[in-house]
Design a protein around this ligand. Structure first.
Ligand SMILES: [Zn+2]
Length: 177
């Protein structure tokens, strides 16, 4: 997804080279006003959801829009007017129905393919699981049984596993059909 028109004056945007602090840079700019489409990465919140009342198993979920059988972390966009900690707790509750007891930062990861920056938390949760319509199904895994994927949130999961004393196992994406 990219911008085609200036959001300020509706002129068609064009790639224009211009001097910036870092030197000459070509970006989509408006030729009528001073608007520049910076295309900064979007912050996405992600949670390794631990169900403390289910033996510490991890909840991974499959997005209803996905055709693959991948189960992944709970993720969502950060919203205006909330801290990342509030945002990740909100996403976990909205998407799973779980009550979030605590959140702690795992790390920050790039996901350049989607122009996102992932802020990943460990969320300790309890309660009844009620999935939002966005999610098709969930699975509960003992931490040592999960497989990580070699991209943004998968690296977050791997880092969390290592911190818990588990050796992360990665899915070989090249072998997936
Ligand atoms: Zn403009």
């Amino acid at each position: 997804m990219t911008f085609r028109f200036c959001p300020l004056c509706a002129t068609t945007l064009a790639p224009v080279e211009q001097a910036e602090d870092g030197g000459l840079k070509t970006r989509l700019r408006c030729t009528a006003c001073d608007f520049t489409h910076w295309n900064n990465p979007t912050p996405v919140l992600a949670a390794v959801v631990e169900c403390v009342d289910r033996g510490g198993r991890l909840l991974l979920a499959r997005n209803a829009a996905w055709t693959s059988r991948m189960f992944a972390l709970i993720t969502g966009f950060m919203e205006a007017g909330e801290t990342p900690q509030e945002g990740v707790a909100r996403e976990v509750t909205e998407e799973t129905g779980l009550t979030v007891d605590t959140v702690s930062l795992i790390g920050v990861y790039d996901f350049q393919r989607m122009n996102q920056v992932i802020i990943a938390y460990h969320a300790r949760t309890h309660g009844e699981i009620v999935l939002s319509p966005e999610l098709a199904e969930y699975k509960l895994f003992p931490p040592q049984d999960v497989r990580c994927w070699p991209a943004g949130t998968g690296y977050a999961l791997a880092d969390w596993l290592r911190a818990q004393g588990h050796q992360p196992q990665f899915i070989d994406m090249a072998r997936r059909p």
